[in-house]
Design a protein around this ligand. Structure first.
Ligand code: ATP
Ligand code: MG
Length: 395
């Protein structure tokens, strides 16, 4: 027999005419993650019913569902005939292996979609409460704030489940176009990528590597981060751009206090080329207003003017603490705080300009003649590919 998972859609169920497209993508995204195990996914009123090959490990299914945006929650469910005796029998079978313990409080939550079913919701709840009491006699009923809940849904068949896992919500990755995430080894940019994926964006990533100023370990760290967010973005390519020559050129020929700005301008122009060659229409960064000198309004406005692509900064209004909380939750924090420096730090000026005048900095950037460096960097870019479960694929 296949395992059954009852999956609750979030915002998708509010979509009008496009709902089918969003749902189709959600189903594809789930199936893609669970491969090579077979799965069938049906839909009924805001719920998906995923039947997954029995041999599929539960931790894989759990990771797949938790990282798929568009899902607000899921539960492992049990299907039975629409007959109260069968429902009670099934409840008694599943309760001992559920999270229920013989201490504390519980409630029964019934959803009776099939109005032909002979018992009403209250009557079903009473029968199931009796079944619970037989197995866990010490449990008491608490409708408002129970420790445990047994759910029963009467639809085309009857479904029972106990433990609901909360998931990401949002919209399925791949329903909102494609962007290029500027991924450094820091805390912020992985969170930025995750947030856009959650709104349906398909994201690839670009990392500017200044070897040997930034080490192999720094690159490995960024690859690990890409593998950690690839499940949210439903797979990800990581473009590693060798930018040492460009960085050194900026350091040796530019104004010291403008070094970071000039590097960021180069990043935008390089990213724009890679984006355009890969059908991406936006650049995503992990900048937050005033977090560091290059993240002032003037500095961001200058870097924006260096590309015609839309620059999205999902963290712009967030506090570091809030960003860290998300990084911990999605599991990128521990990797992000590993010590290997990123290239911005290595080449950072002591007194960076915080209020650049756009026209002046633009002129300075033109004088640096970065074109050749950018062209070479794009030509020598290496691509790493991660699948929708974060596994690195062979080139
Ligand atoms: P993060 O925590 O993401 O590293 P940060 O607070 O350290 O951000 P900066 O180093 O100024 O800030 O970088 C701002 C943004 O620029 C990053 O969030 C990222 O999107 C991009 N960025 C910085 N360095 C690189 C790099 N080496 N490769 C790709 N993108 C980068
Ligand atoms: Mg950084």
């Amino acid at each position: 027999m296949d395992k059954l998972y009852l999956i609750k859609e979030g915002e998708i169920s509010l979509k009008g005419g496009n709902r089918k497209l969003f749902e189709k993508r959600l189903r594809q995204n789930i199936k893609d993650k669970i491969r090579p195990y077979k799965s069938e996914i049906d839909r009924q009123k805001g719920r998906l019913y995923a039947y997954i090959e029995e041999s599929a490990p539960e931790d894989i299914i759990d990771k797949a569902l938790r990282t798929t945006s568009g899902i607000v929650g899921y539960a492992k469910a049990y299907r039975t005939e629409k007959d109260i005796e069968a429902i009670i029998r099934t409840a008694k079978e599943i309760l001992p292996a559920s999270s229920f313990r013989n201490e504390g409080t519980f409630r029964i939550t019934v959803k009776r979609e099939d109005k032909q079913f002979p018992l009403n919701s209250h009557q079903i709840a009473v029968e199931l409460a009796k079944a619970v009491a037989e197995i866990f006699p010490a449990l008491e009923v608490n409708l408002d704030d129970p420790d445990y809940t047994l759910f029963c849904e009467i639809r085309n068949e009857a479904y029972l489940y106990t433990d609901q896992i909360r998931c990401e919500g949002g919209l399925p990755a791949g329903t909102a176009g494609r962007g290029m995430l500027l991924l450094s080894g820091g805390i912020d940019s992985p969170v930025a990528g995750y947030m856009m994926a959650k709104r349906g964006m398909k994201c690839d990533a670009i990392y500017f590597h200044a070897y040997p100023y930034t080490s192999d370990e720094a690159l490995e760290k960024v690859k690990t981060l890409a593998s950690l967010i690839a499940p949210y973005t439903q797979g990800m390519r990581l473009f590693v751009v060798p930018f040492t020559d460009g960085q050194v050129h900026i350091r040796d020929n530019g104004y010291e206090e403008e070094a970071t700005l000039m590097f960021r301008a180069s990043m935008m122009q390089t990213a724009e080329r890679i984006a355009k060659a890969n059908d991406a229409v936006a650049i995503v960064t992990g900048e937050a207003l005033s977090q560091v000198a290059s993240q002032t309004l003037d500095a961001m406005s200058f870097t924006d003017s260096m590309t015609e692509l839309l620059v999205i900064r999902p963290l712009v209004g967030m506090d570091k603490e809030d960003i860290i909380r998300i990084a911990r939750r999605i599991g990128t924090y521990e990797t992000s705080i590993l010590p290997y420096e990123d290239c911005c730090v290595v080449f950072s000026p002591k007194h960076p300009v915080t209020r650049p005048v756009k026209e002046v900095s633009k002129r300075h950037f033109e004088e640096l003649k970065m074109e050749g460096f950018i062209e070479d960097a794009v030509k020598n870019t290496k691509v790493y590919t991660f699948d929708s479960m974060g596994r690195e694929l062979d080139a």
